[in-house]
Design a protein around this ligand. Structure first.
Ligand SMILES: [Zn+2]
Ligand SMILES: [Zn+2]
Length: 264
């Protein structure tokens, strides 16, 4: 049992448990973490800013955006987020925003800037971009947390993230991936693994996981709790929990939008 220091707090809110397929129940991919005074956004698919409001969080409150990869269901609302950050008034951003993603993000972002120009440009002392290793593990230190990342099997720029607070409490975010030994290593002993589980077992496609494969990863990593997410519509009529139980016996949560987990 990890010791929890009074004053240190950490929580997770699933903002979008869905995919690129429009759904009133499942917004596109995004998760919000709070670590002490820092608010971290993982992916920014369509609908995320509405879900943030529903989670009582202003876009201005977000200090970090982490992109697992560049597919539109994970990055689609970045342009709107930056544009909204320039609007005069309560949400206008003068405080720093750091975007963290694998190598290649700057090229991707420059492409967006070629299209949208100053509409999405923030002052250089406000917006910074941090590119992580896309071929092996990486690690960075911030005031409230330590970040680790590792490449996973989906796109060249795909990485999974591990956030650990000062008490050693950790949350791992898989992004999109196929079965990945790297993800098992990154998630070893984590308090929570947020793992993609795109399609039911019998509909497995390359580059994505199924409930039983996500369970296999969680069991191999020995995580304390598994949260399955990134559900295509086919998942809503399948026995996702039953399929995951073929390989994983520990605490299990099927994500839904605005689900919040407090880690003390
Ligand atoms: Zn993807
Ligand atoms: Zn995706």
């Amino acid at each position: 049992m990890k010791r929890r220091t009074p004053g240190n707090n950490m929580s997770l809110t699933i903002l979008g448990s869905g995919t690129g397929v429009p759904s009133l129940q499942r917004s596109a991919c995004s998760a919000l973490m709070q670590v002490n005074n820092s608010r971290l956004l993982f992916d920014l698919g369509a609908g995320t800013m509405r879900r943030l409001l529903e989670a009582d969080t202003r876009i201005l409150d977000i200090g970090f955006i982490f992109f697992s990869h560049f597919h539109p269901d994970h990055t689609g609302e970045l342009v709107s987020f930056l544009f909204a950050s320039k609007y005069p008034g309560a949400n206008r951003r003068n405080k720093p925003l750091t975007i963290v993603a694998a190598k290649g993000f700057s090229d991707f972002f420059n492409g967006l800037k070629r299209v949208y120009g100053e509409w999405i440009e923030l002052a250089p002392d406000v917006l910074s971009v941090m590119e992580l290793n896309d071929t092996g593990p990486d690690m960075r230190w911030f005031d409230d947390f330590v970040l680790k990342s590792i490449p996973v099997l989906h796109r060249k720029e795909s990485i999974a993230f591990r956030v650990e607070n000062a008490d050693g409490i950790s949350i791992v975010y898989s992004g999109d991936t196929d079965y990945s030994e790297n993800l098992i290593n990154l998630a070893a002993g984590a308090d929570i693994l947020i793992c993609e589980s795109s399609l039911p077992d019998h509909l497995k496609v390359a580059g994505h996981l199924t409930p039983s494969l996500a369970g296999k990863i969680a069991a191999a990593a020995g995580v304390q709790k598994l949260v399955l997410t990134h559900f295509y519509p086919e998942c809503d009529t399948a026995d996702i929990e039953g399929q995951c139980r073929r390989t994983y016996a520990g605490p299990l949560i099927l994500a839904r939008d605005l689900l919040t987990i407090d880690l003390g």
